[in-house]
Design a protein around this ligand. Structure first.
Ligand code: FE2
Ligand code: FE2
Length: 247
Protein backbone atom coordinates (compact mmCIF):
# COMPACT_ATOMS: atom_id res chain seq x y z
CA UNK A 1 0.00 0.00 0.00
CA UNK A 2 1.10 3.54 -0.66
CA UNK A 3 -0.31 6.85 0.52
CA UNK A 4 -0.68 9.56 -2.11
CA UNK A 5 -0.63 13.23 -1.18
CA UNK A 6 -2.24 16.01 -3.15
CA UNK A 7 -3.26 19.60 -2.37
CA UNK A 8 -7.03 19.80 -2.92
CA UNK A 9 -7.52 23.41 -1.75
CA UNK A 10 -5.07 26.15 -0.78
CA UNK A 11 -3.05 24.69 2.12
CA UNK A 12 -5.22 21.56 2.48
CA UNK A 13 -3.56 18.27 1.57
CA UNK A 14 -5.39 14.99 0.99
CA UNK A 15 -3.47 11.88 2.08
CA UNK A 16 -5.08 8.88 0.40
CA UNK A 17 -4.50 5.15 0.82
CA UNK A 18 -6.24 2.70 -1.49
CA UNK A 19 -7.10 -0.73 -0.09
CA UNK A 20 -8.05 -3.05 -2.99
CA UNK A 21 -9.07 -5.89 -0.65
CA UNK A 22 -12.15 -4.02 0.62
CA UNK A 23 -15.18 -4.61 -1.64
CA UNK A 24 -13.19 -5.86 -4.65
CA UNK A 25 -12.94 -5.23 -7.51
CA UNK A 26 -13.67 -1.55 -6.76
CA UNK A 27 -11.67 -1.30 -3.51
CA UNK A 28 -11.95 1.51 -0.96
CA UNK A 29 -9.88 4.54 0.04
CA UNK A 30 -9.06 6.01 3.44
CA UNK A 31 -8.26 9.72 3.40
CA UNK A 32 -6.79 12.07 5.95
CA UNK A 33 -6.54 15.83 5.50
CA UNK A 34 -3.65 18.01 6.64
CA UNK A 35 -4.48 21.70 6.97
CA UNK A 36 -1.42 23.94 7.03
CA UNK A 37 -0.91 26.96 9.28
CA UNK A 38 1.16 27.99 12.26
CA UNK A 39 -0.90 25.36 14.10
CA UNK A 40 -1.30 22.53 11.56
CA UNK A 41 -4.35 20.30 11.94
CA UNK A 42 -4.78 16.67 10.88
CA UNK A 43 -8.39 15.62 10.24
CA UNK A 44 -8.65 11.83 10.68
CA UNK A 45 -5.59 9.96 11.93
CA UNK A 46 -6.06 6.79 9.89
CA UNK A 47 -6.31 3.36 11.53
CA UNK A 48 -3.56 2.40 13.95
CA UNK A 49 -2.06 -0.15 11.56
CA UNK A 50 -1.85 2.48 8.82
CA UNK A 51 0.08 4.90 11.03
CA UNK A 52 3.55 4.37 9.44
CA UNK A 53 2.12 5.09 5.98
CA UNK A 54 0.25 8.21 7.06
CA UNK A 55 3.14 9.49 9.18
CA UNK A 56 5.50 9.15 6.20
CA UNK A 57 2.97 10.96 3.99
CA UNK A 58 2.70 13.83 6.49
CA UNK A 59 6.54 13.92 6.67
CA UNK A 60 6.67 14.76 2.99
CA UNK A 61 4.68 17.95 3.71
CA UNK A 62 5.86 19.02 7.18
CA UNK A 63 7.75 17.58 10.17
CA UNK A 64 5.11 15.45 12.00
CA UNK A 65 6.23 16.80 15.37
CA UNK A 66 4.89 20.23 14.27
CA UNK A 67 1.32 18.97 14.34
CA UNK A 68 -0.78 21.03 16.77
CA UNK A 69 -4.33 19.70 16.35
CA UNK A 70 -5.79 16.26 15.75
CA UNK A 71 -9.47 16.11 14.91
CA UNK A 72 -11.84 13.63 13.27
CA UNK A 73 -15.49 12.89 12.63
CA UNK A 74 -16.25 10.36 15.35
CA UNK A 75 -14.68 7.68 17.49
CA UNK A 76 -13.89 4.79 15.12
CA UNK A 77 -10.68 3.07 14.02
CA UNK A 78 -10.34 4.73 10.62
CA UNK A 79 -11.16 8.15 12.07
CA UNK A 80 -8.92 8.07 15.13
CA UNK A 81 -7.26 4.66 15.58
CA UNK A 82 -3.77 6.20 15.43
CA UNK A 83 -4.63 9.15 17.73
CA UNK A 84 -2.21 8.14 20.47
CA UNK A 85 0.60 7.35 18.02
CA UNK A 86 0.24 10.95 16.76
CA UNK A 87 0.16 12.34 20.30
CA UNK A 88 3.38 10.41 21.02
CA UNK A 89 5.37 11.84 18.09
CA UNK A 90 3.90 15.38 18.20
CA UNK A 91 4.53 16.73 21.71
CA UNK A 92 2.39 19.87 21.26
CA UNK A 93 -0.52 18.12 19.57
CA UNK A 94 -3.93 17.96 21.19
CA UNK A 95 -7.08 16.13 20.18
CA UNK A 96 -9.96 18.55 19.48
CA UNK A 97 -13.52 17.29 19.32
CA UNK A 98 -17.07 18.05 20.38
CA UNK A 99 -18.47 17.80 23.88
CA UNK A 100 -20.06 14.39 23.32
CA UNK A 101 -16.94 12.83 21.81
CA UNK A 102 -14.73 14.21 24.57
CA UNK A 103 -16.93 13.19 27.47
CA UNK A 104 -18.03 9.79 26.10
CA UNK A 105 -14.69 8.52 24.71
CA UNK A 106 -11.75 10.88 24.45
CA UNK A 107 -11.18 11.88 28.09
CA UNK A 108 -10.43 8.22 28.64
CA UNK A 109 -9.05 7.00 25.30
CA UNK A 110 -6.70 9.88 24.40
CA UNK A 111 -3.31 9.79 26.12
CA UNK A 112 -3.50 13.57 26.78
CA UNK A 113 -6.62 15.55 27.71
CA UNK A 114 -8.61 16.64 24.64
CA UNK A 115 -9.82 20.16 23.87
CA UNK A 116 -13.59 20.22 24.03
CA UNK A 117 -15.18 22.28 21.25
CA UNK A 118 -18.64 23.78 21.32
CA UNK A 119 -20.85 23.50 18.27
CA UNK A 120 -19.73 26.34 15.96
CA UNK A 121 -16.47 27.03 17.81
CA UNK A 122 -13.56 28.16 15.61
CA UNK A 123 -9.86 27.36 15.91
CA UNK A 124 -7.60 29.85 14.10
CA UNK A 125 -4.71 27.84 12.68
CA UNK A 126 -2.74 30.90 11.52
CA UNK A 127 -1.99 31.84 7.93
CA UNK A 128 -5.63 32.92 7.60
CA UNK A 129 -7.00 29.40 7.99
CA UNK A 130 -9.87 28.91 10.42
CA UNK A 131 -11.64 25.66 11.15
CA UNK A 132 -15.18 25.66 12.51
CA UNK A 133 -16.37 22.59 14.40
CA UNK A 134 -19.97 21.53 13.65
CA UNK A 135 -21.90 18.95 15.67
CA UNK A 136 -23.76 16.43 13.48
CA UNK A 137 -25.02 13.86 16.01
CA UNK A 138 -25.77 10.43 14.47
CA UNK A 139 -24.97 11.85 11.02
CA UNK A 140 -23.97 9.82 9.19
CA UNK A 141 -23.30 7.71 12.30
CA UNK A 142 -22.05 8.05 15.86
CA UNK A 143 -23.62 9.99 18.73
CA UNK A 144 -20.38 11.97 18.86
CA UNK A 145 -20.34 12.76 15.10
CA UNK A 146 -19.08 16.16 13.98
CA UNK A 147 -17.36 17.80 11.02
CA UNK A 148 -15.08 20.73 10.40
CA UNK A 149 -15.36 23.55 7.89
CA UNK A 150 -12.30 25.51 6.80
CA UNK A 151 -13.63 29.00 6.26
CA UNK A 152 -10.92 30.63 4.12
CA UNK A 153 -11.13 28.01 1.36
CA UNK A 154 -14.79 27.08 1.82
CA UNK A 155 -13.84 23.43 2.36
CA UNK A 156 -16.17 21.12 4.27
CA UNK A 157 -14.26 18.12 5.60
CA UNK A 158 -17.26 15.89 5.52
CA UNK A 159 -15.98 12.65 7.00
CA UNK A 160 -18.07 9.61 6.09
CA UNK A 161 -20.74 11.66 4.30
CA UNK A 162 -20.76 10.82 0.56
CA UNK A 163 -18.78 7.59 1.14
CA UNK A 164 -18.18 5.80 -2.15
CA UNK A 165 -16.25 2.80 -3.42
CA UNK A 166 -13.22 2.86 -5.69
CA UNK A 167 -10.06 4.87 -6.16
CA UNK A 168 -10.91 8.01 -8.08
CA UNK A 169 -8.91 11.17 -8.69
CA UNK A 170 -7.92 13.38 -5.76
CA UNK A 171 -10.28 16.11 -6.98
CA UNK A 172 -13.33 15.73 -9.19
CA UNK A 173 -16.11 17.87 -10.60
CA UNK A 174 -18.19 14.77 -11.41
CA UNK A 175 -21.32 13.66 -9.57
CA UNK A 176 -20.64 12.39 -6.04
CA UNK A 177 -24.27 11.89 -5.01
CA UNK A 178 -25.04 8.83 -7.18
CA UNK A 179 -21.96 6.91 -5.96
CA UNK A 180 -22.83 7.85 -2.35
CA UNK A 181 -26.38 6.50 -2.74
CA UNK A 182 -24.95 3.27 -4.18
CA UNK A 183 -22.53 2.89 -1.25
CA UNK A 184 -25.32 3.51 1.28
CA UNK A 185 -27.40 0.82 -0.43
CA UNK A 186 -24.42 -1.55 -0.11
CA UNK A 187 -23.12 -0.78 3.40
CA UNK A 188 -26.16 0.66 5.27
CA UNK A 189 -23.58 2.68 7.19
CA UNK A 190 -25.73 5.64 8.21
CA UNK A 191 -27.81 5.90 11.39
CA UNK A 192 -31.13 6.66 9.74
CA UNK A 193 -33.02 8.97 12.07
CA UNK A 194 -35.70 11.64 11.62
CA UNK A 195 -33.14 14.46 11.69
CA UNK A 196 -30.47 13.17 9.30
CA UNK A 197 -31.84 14.99 6.25
CA UNK A 198 -32.20 18.24 8.23
CA UNK A 199 -28.63 18.07 9.53
CA UNK A 200 -27.19 17.50 6.05
CA UNK A 201 -29.40 20.29 4.68
CA UNK A 202 -28.09 22.66 7.37
CA UNK A 203 -24.55 21.96 6.10
CA UNK A 204 -25.72 23.00 2.62
CA UNK A 205 -26.23 26.51 4.03
CA UNK A 206 -22.43 26.83 4.23
CA UNK A 207 -22.35 26.63 0.41
CA UNK A 208 -18.96 24.90 0.45
CA UNK A 209 -16.79 25.17 -2.65
CA UNK A 210 -14.97 21.93 -1.88
CA UNK A 211 -16.24 18.78 -0.18
CA UNK A 212 -13.38 16.68 1.22
CA UNK A 213 -14.61 13.09 1.43
CA UNK A 214 -12.98 10.59 3.76
CA UNK A 215 -13.83 7.69 1.44
CA UNK A 216 -13.83 9.08 -2.08
CA UNK A 217 -12.44 11.95 -4.13
CA UNK A 218 -12.69 15.56 -3.06
CA UNK A 219 -15.39 17.42 -4.94
CA UNK A 220 -14.92 20.89 -6.41
CA UNK A 221 -18.18 22.55 -7.38
CA UNK A 222 -21.61 23.31 -6.01
CA UNK A 223 -21.36 21.78 -2.54
CA UNK A 224 -24.72 23.21 -1.56
CA UNK A 225 -26.53 21.33 -4.34
CA UNK A 226 -24.69 18.08 -3.59
CA UNK A 227 -25.56 18.27 0.12
CA UNK A 228 -29.21 19.06 -0.62
CA UNK A 229 -29.42 16.10 -3.00
CA UNK A 230 -27.88 13.81 -0.38
CA UNK A 231 -30.32 15.14 2.26
CA UNK A 232 -33.23 14.47 -0.10
CA UNK A 233 -32.06 10.88 -0.53
CA UNK A 234 -31.99 10.32 3.24
CA UNK A 235 -35.49 11.81 3.50
CA UNK A 236 -36.56 9.35 0.78
CA UNK A 237 -35.13 6.46 2.81
CA UNK A 238 -36.87 7.73 5.95
CA UNK A 239 -40.22 7.98 4.12
CA UNK A 240 -39.89 4.35 2.98
CA UNK A 241 -39.32 3.27 6.58
CA UNK A 242 -42.31 5.27 7.78
CA UNK A 243 -44.57 3.71 5.14
CA UNK A 244 -43.32 0.25 6.08
CA UNK A 245 -43.93 0.95 9.79
CA UNK A 246 -47.46 2.19 9.07
CA UNK A 247 -48.37 -0.77 6.83
FE1 FE2 B 1 -17.34 6.15 10.42
FE1 FE2 C 1 -14.67 6.62 7.87
Amino acid sequence: MTTRTEEIADGIFRLSTYVPEIEPPAGFVFNQFLILGEEPLLFHTGPRRMFPLVRDAVSRILPPERLRWISFGHFEADECGAMNEWLAIAPHAQVAHGQTGCSVSLVDMADRPPRELEDGEVIALGGGRRVRYIDTPHTPHGWDAGLIYEESTGTLLCGDLFTQLGDGPALTESDIVGPAIAAEDLFNYSSLNPNIGNIIRSLAALAPRTLALMHGPSFAGDGRAALKALADDYDRRGAIWQRQAAA
